[in-house]
Design a protein around this ligand. Structure first.
Ligand code: LMR
Length: 348
């Protein structure tokens, strides 16, 4: 009996040792070579957070960027996209970027005007008239100058992405004539120039985070907003703001930016991968933004609950006249030259 016990214990011991060796439990050295582990140490993760839906110009651009970067780096650089404000919203995404909790964001330029007031030149209404001019401005020398300014707030400004032209959406009644704006509570993005715009139209501007707009419409603390068709459609704002005036009075574009420390730590080769990915997708991004807005507009036009109006020339002239002091406001209070540069680029 005793012998049987000793024999069993020895057998179990030998089995444990053998198993341990097979599983490398006793190994002090490195793991054996395995294709799947190649490059793990060099892998770079870029967390890209944004506030809009996935099926929008920014949402799709972020996904496209992630896929090009992945391909160019043979899977070594992974861009993880977090849409819909699931990680951070308008109020905290910039802070999270600066603290390095995420590496990339792409807020509208209007939301950055608090830190870089010169960007407000892009908020000036009724200057850019068509997609061609818009692309020229967002990819030309003025845009380079504006991106360079991000250095001063310790951020790497990489490029502009486009969403297109802003329209006016309202609940209860349409906003077509100037008087329709009077006393209306209009949600806007944080920009002093946009505030001035709504003061001139005698509305009551209210700044809110994008993620709060739906609730605010629901509890009627705002009556109207300016936004692109793709944002109005993808966030279902049209369910409450079912009057949409196609005014094309301003533009909505994004500054794609990166935590500067993170950018500086990348190798020149990796910086080149990121820069060339953005360059490669530039034409696609502008076309895609135009397409998405056109497709969403077509859907809204077919919705009987939604009333869509086109601003006629006469009403447009009235809006422009009412807003005319805003250009002087920009030149006097913000930057004396940028408006001239913008006008030059538009008229090229
Ligand atoms: C808004 O706040 O209306 C927009 O900036 C949202 C966006 O990112 O397009």
């Amino acid at each position: 009996m005793k012998r049987f016990f000793i024999g069993s214990i020895i057998t179990i011991f030998i089995l444990i040792v053998l198993l341990g060796y097979r599983q490398n439990i006793f190994s002090q050295g490195k793991l054996p070579y395995d294709d799947e582990q190649v490059g793990l140490e060099n892998q770079i993760i870029i967390k890209f957070s944004h506030v809009v839906a996935e099926n929008t110009p920014k949402g799709k651009a972020a996904e496209k960027f992630a896929s090009i970067v992945n391909e160019k780096s043979n899977g070594r650089i992974i861009v993880q996209v977090y849409p819909n404000g699931m990680l951070y919203n308008d109020d905290n995404e910039l802070q999270a970027l600066k603290e390095g909790d995420i590496q990339m964001i792409a807020p509208t330029f209007s939301k950055m005007t608090e830190y870089l007031p010169n960007l407000q030149v892009l908020d000036l209404p009724f200057l850019i008239e068509n997609e061609e001019q818009l692309k020229r401005v967002l990819t030309g020398p003025l845009s380079e100058q504006l991106l360079d300014e991000f250095d001063s707030i310790n951020i790497k400004g990489l490029t502009f992405w486009n969403n297109g032209f802003k329209q006016i959406a309202s609940s209860h009644s349409p906003i077509i004539e100037i008087q329709d704006f009077w006393h209306k509570k209009v949600r806007m993005m944080p920009s002093e120039l946009l505030k001035e715009q709504f003061y001139l139209l005698r509305a009551k501007p209210i700044t809110t985070s994008f993620g709060d707009v739906y609730n605010e419409l629901e509890n009627m603390s705002v009556d109207a907003q300016e936004n692109t068709i793709s944002n109005i459609y993808s966030k279902k704002f049209y369910e409450m703001e079912n009057h949409i005036t196609l005014s094309n009075h301003g533009i909505l574009s994004y500054v794609v930016m990166m935590n500067k420390e993170f950018w500086n730590q990348l190798s020149t080769n990796d910086q080149e991968i990121i820069a060339s990915a953005l360059e490669e997708m530039e034409n696609w991004q502008f076309e895609e933004a135009e397409n998405i807005n056109a497709i969403n507009l077509k859907t809204l036009l077919q919705d009987e609950q939604v009333h869509i109006y086109e601003l006629n020339e006469e009403d447009k002239k009235d809006w422009m006249e009412e807003l005319s002091p805003i250009y002087e406001y920009y030149t006097k209070n913000i930057h004396p030259d940028y408006l001239d540069i913008l006008l030059n680029e538009i008229n090229k």
